[in-house]
Design a protein around this ligand. Structure first.
Ligand code: CUA
Length: 341
């Protein structure tokens, strides 16, 4: 009996059959189009739960509508009460036992899915990534590759002939956050003084959109995340480009000097220089990113300038202050940042 219940997803109708979607990831966060193994598991049990709830809804609403129509008041009815029935053992047993059975089935199916995803063995060739949640951005490290990033997690895409899994270690530098990219996996919290793990296996190349899913302060909504899945050669090229130290461009020397003489350097790291701050994102390859401020604005020259001029205007309450730079200083800093490819 127990074994059968545990295997319920396999017995579910065609609606719930294992299915992979073709095509690129959506440009909105979408829970109905999984493109990664853990997200497919979550999707299957979500559909099972929805189907069970839909059947219950149709039965209850149908009986209700039937009773309203069939037994409505009609002209000529006498005003007497209908017969009152108390204490039917059969009916009470039925409406107690049936819901318990339904809930038990859903609990077992859910527990099985959670266990399958959480206990999935990490293959030796899995890519390992550490993600640290900050108010309000994502710090990303690839311990085996010796590179870091922010807000954009680059991973290889899994193909039918060669699976490529990415295992994430999730930590927090301040408060509780939650890593959620709906097309890739369920949510997992990033909790201070605790290490959580999860894994993803994107099956289509492209950019997957996600968001912090645990309220973490003022700019929780602008703590966006993208996971960019690359074919293997492209991923290798990205890794090589991120391994290079910061570009040294003569035309940016004034901005560089300014960067290192203001408090920029206290919060940001630039590899190959003395900037080692860890409070804000690593800027070594800033220009390789698609957005600024964890998705608060696209990474265009105008937005970069507006961001450095006053981040508070774009992401009010964020922990990068208005540096009160003059227009000339602003030009110099932005010129320097623009060389960090
Ligand atoms: Cu981080 Cu919400």
């Amino acid at each position: 009996m127990l074994r059968h219940l545990l295997r319920a997803p396999a017995l579910a109708p065609a609606l719930l059959a294992h299915r992979t979607y073709a095509g690129a990831p959506d440009q909105v966060t979408n829970i109905f189009k999984p493109l990664s193994t853990p997200a497919e598991s979550v999707h299957r049990i979500a559909l099972l739960t929805l189907a069970v709830c839909a059947v219950i809804f149709v039965i209850v609403a149908g009986l209700l509508i039937y009773a309203i129509v069939r037994f409505r008041r009609r002209p000529g009815d006498d005003a007497s009460e209908p017969p009152q029935i108390y204490g039917s053992n059969q009916i009470e047993l039925a409406w107690t036992v049936l819901p318990i059975l339904i809930v038990v089935v859903l609990i077992l199916v859910t527990a099985r899915t959670i266990a399958d995803v959480e206990n999935y063995p990490q293959p030796p060739d899995a890519l390992k990534v550490t993600v640290v949640g900050h108010q309000w951005w994502w710090e990303i490290h690839y311990p085996d590759l010796g590179i870091g990033a922010a807000n954009e997690l680059h991973v290889p895409v899994s193909e039918s002939g060669k699976r490529r899994l990415t295992f994430l270690t999730l930590e927090s530098a301040d408060v509780a956050h939650s890593f959620w990219v709906p097309q890739l996996a369920g949510k997992t919290d990033l909790i201070p003084n605790r290490v959580n793990r999860m894994w993803i296996e994107p099956k289509q190349a492209g950019a997957y959109l996600g968001n912090c899913a645990e309220y973490c302060g003022t700019q929780h909504a602008k703590m966006r995340l993208r996971v960019i899945a690359h074919p293997p050669e492209e991923f290798a090229r990205w890794v090589a480009s991120q391994r290079r130290p910061a570009a040294e461009d003569q035309k940016a020397s004034a901005g560089r000097d300014l960067f290192f003489s203001t408090s920029c350097v206290n919060c940001h790291a630039i590899q190959g220089t003395s900037a080692k701050g860890t409070f804000g994102p690593d800027l070594t390859h800033l220009m390789s990113r698609e957005t600024l401020g964890a998705g608060a604005a696209p990474n265009t020259p105008e937005k970069l300038r507006a961001w450095v001029r006053n981040p508070q205007a774009i992401k009010e309450g964020c922990l990068m202050p208005d540096m009160q730079l003059s227009d000339q200083e602003l030009d110099q800093i932005v010129t320097y940042l623009s060389t960090l490819k």
